[in-house]
Design a protein around this ligand. Structure first.
Ligand code: HEC
Length: 104
């Protein structure tokens, strides 16, 4: 009986802390943007949904085969992280990224 009542006391204790007031966060405005160009709007809308586009603009892209690199990135986003990308938009996004974010 004692075990049960001390268990109840612990539940009460933790239960009450779980009911503490919710914490509200005000996130800062997203400031990163993709360079404008053909289909940059599609890329911004599709690729900015989960994370900052800083992830894209700061990638060390290879000098050779930028298209292959970006194709692999977009495929990874879809297959590994579940990004929803319209099939028609995949080549548009890849072409835009390869043209814009390629090591010079
Ligand atoms: C469903 C959510 C989601 C969407 C949409 C998404 N990503 Fe990601 N992305 C992620 C996650 C999760 C990571 C890994 C974050 C980490 O490692 O901290 C990531 C990481 C990245 C990285 C860093 C390098 C790497 O491979 O981890 C790049 C570059 C990237 N994403 C590009 C893109 C591009 C381009 C698109 C648009 C086609 C896109 N992402 C759309 C979830 C997403």
């Amino acid at each position: 009986m004692r075990i049960i009542s001390s268990f109840a006391a612990v539940c009460l204790l933790f239960g009450s802390t779980a009911m503490a007031a919710p914490v509200h966060y005000v996130l800062p405005e997203e400031t990163a943007a993709l360079a404008s160009g053909p289909n940059s709007d599609i890329a911004q809308a599709t690729c900015g949904a989960c994370h900052s586009v800083d992830y894209i603009t700061t990638q060390p892209t290879p000098q050779k085969d930028a298209k292959g690199f970006w194709t692999a990135e977009v495929t990874k986003m879809q297959k590994v992280f579940g990004a929803q990308v319209e099939p028609d938009n995949v080549p548009k996004i890849v072409d835009y990224l390869a043209a814009t974010y390629t090591a010079k």
